[in-house]
Ligand binder design. Structure first.
Ligand SMILES: *Cc1c(COP(=O)(O)O)cnc(C)c1O
Length: 486
């Protein structure tokens, strides 16, 4: 281990300073006039005392332990780790966007409201919906908003018995979780051999108690539901509505619109498809769109335009309610808006074309060494079921760990659950052919090593500060402090 690979946390030495503050220009007694006695701090904070250089090095070393999209390829399936152009960060930090306050008068923030309104229009055009709600703060939050909107729709029609949500067995875990949070029962339908919804199982599953079907298309196996119109028709004939999980919209941008294939409600993840860095748990945005029959039930507020004036509509009597403070994560909306303006309609279409081409390039290049999970072309991600030839005991997990030695972030593993030893690779549109070739080369080397030197895989990763943590223990009893417990 190099010296700087160690992260030493106890650096404090009495009297060292990393900053110099401007001279205090308020009198202490003035503060006492403003704040109650108990709210004023009397003693200094117990902060570490370090020099500026030590401070810079500490955080730089920490950042070097992190793997990010700015380091190299990050093919995490179902996560769309695409390049987020830096100009969008600059836009979100512009004074007029970053320093406004949600309680400001409507007249003072017309530009921000206009941006939201125009983003709403763009997203309607992309999804084929009639109105958006921009408030949800994440994909899962959008799902919840969408299902609550659907529930309000049924209730407003006096249709009170619809409490079942149909979810395919290949669904993202947030779908059944959303159904449960919304107080519904979950009905699982089987997929066929190609990861597509089995029409007969769907026919059996629907009925007078069907609230909605939740579907991802392309599904989590990277396959487009060719029977999509039959699927949405079966649900509609039973009186249910169709919910489209559009978290990863990278395959459909400018190609096909959920609203044109029978869906009533859609959510998008602005932080996956529309340029907000994600993966560190920061804020996201999961706006939802609905067809006109559902507009009244959307969460509040919505953004409306009257003449030349933009306003937030809080006075929505039939709304399913307020799901977030203020109007949602505005900074994420700015990034998405800038991204859309820069790409334009043609650029969006090229995005999805390249995303699908890149995934198929990898799929074909790796099929000699890895089990193809599903025949035919894939959409924006490709799915394998582990190594073709591997000695007993060499698993997908070992392949993923060995990739870290070769400098890549591993793909998504063991998801979707319908494919044993799943490896789900989503390259996105933003990678060059050279990068894809380096990744393919590494995956092929690993397939060889599995046969000739399997211990290299079993013991990987070899060079990371943390190697193979006990994942159950790490999730159940995480140690969140650098100090050892007493
Ligand atoms: C990422 C994802 C979600 C959840 O989005 P969050 O923003 O993480 O809540 C839902 N569905 C699918 C298919 C996803 O890939």
């Amino acid at each position: 281990m190099r010296e700087y690979d160690k992260v030493i946390f106890e650096l404090s030495q009495e009297g060292r300073r990393a900053y110099s503050l401007p001279k205090l220009d308020v009198e202490a007694r003035d503060l006492e006039d403003f704040f109650p006695e108990g709210a004023l701090r009397k003693d200094d904070l117990d902060f570490p005392q370090v020099s500026q250089q030590e401070l810079v090095r500490h955080y730089t070393h920490l950042s070097m332990k992190n793997y990010s999209l700015d380091n190299d390829f990050y093919p995490l399936g179902s996560c769309t780790m695409k390049y987020n152009p830096k100009i969008n960060e600059v836009m979100a930090r512009l004074d007029g966007f970053a320093n406004i306050h949600p309680l400001q008068e409507e007249d003072q923030v017309q530009g921000a409201l206009r941006l939201m309104y125009e983003l709403d229009l763009w997203l309607r055009e992309i999804t084929g919906m009639d109105k958006m709600s921009l408030c949800p703060g994440a994909g899962a939050h959008g799902e919840f908003a969408g299902i609550m909107t659907i529930r309000r729709y049924h209730e407003a029609r006096g249709d009170h018995k619809r409490n079942k949500i149909i979810v395919p067995d290949s669904a993202h875990g947030t779908n059944p979780a959303t159904a449960a949070m919304a107080g519904c029962e979950i009905v699982e339908v089987k997929s066929d051999g190609e990861g597509r919804v089995d029409l007969d199982s769907l026919r059996e599953a629907v009925g007078p108690d069907t609230c909605a079907l939740m579907l991802t298309n392309p599904n989590t196996a990277g396959v487009f539901e060719k029977d999509i119109e039959a699927i949405t028709q079966i649900v509609h004939e039973a009186g249910g509505l169709c919910y489209y999980d559009g978290a990863n919209a990278n395959a459909i941008l400018g190609q096909v619109r959920p609203g044109d294939t029978g869906f009533d409600v859609v959510h998008l993840n602005l932080h996956k498809t529309f340029s907000t860095p994600h993966g560190g748990g920061g804020p996201g945005a999961g706006p939802i769109g609905v067809k006109k029959d559902l507009v009244d039930y959307l969460p509040k507020p919505t953004v409306e335009k009257e003449g030349d004036h933009y306003r937030l509509d809080l006075d929505r009597k039939e709304s399913c309610g307020r799901l977030k403070d203020f109007q949602g994560h505005f900074g994420i909306m700015v990034r998405a808006y800038a991204y859309l303006l820069a790409l334009g309609a043609q650029g969006l279409k090229e995005t999805s074309t390249m995303a699908v081409l890149n995934a198929n390039y990898i799929q074909v290049a790796l099929e000699e060494d890895y089990n193809r999970a599903i025949p035919g072309l894939c959409m924006h991600e490709c799915l394998f079921g582990g190594l073709k030839e591997a000695p007993e005991g060499i698993k997908t997990l070992d392949v993923a760990k060995r990739l870290m030695d070769k400098g890549f972030h591993p793909p998504t593993v063991y998801f979707p659950l319908i494919v044993p030893e799943a490896l789900m690779i989503e390259p996105t549109e933003s990678e060059s052919k050279e990068t894809l070739d380096r990744f393919i080369q590494a995956m092929k080397e690993i397939a060889q090593e599995a046969k000739t030197a399997p211990d290299l895989l079993k013991e990987a990763p070899h060079d990371t500060p943390v190697r193979r943590p006990d994942e159950i223990l790490a999730a159940r009893k995480p140690i969140l402090s650098y100090q050892e417990e007493e």
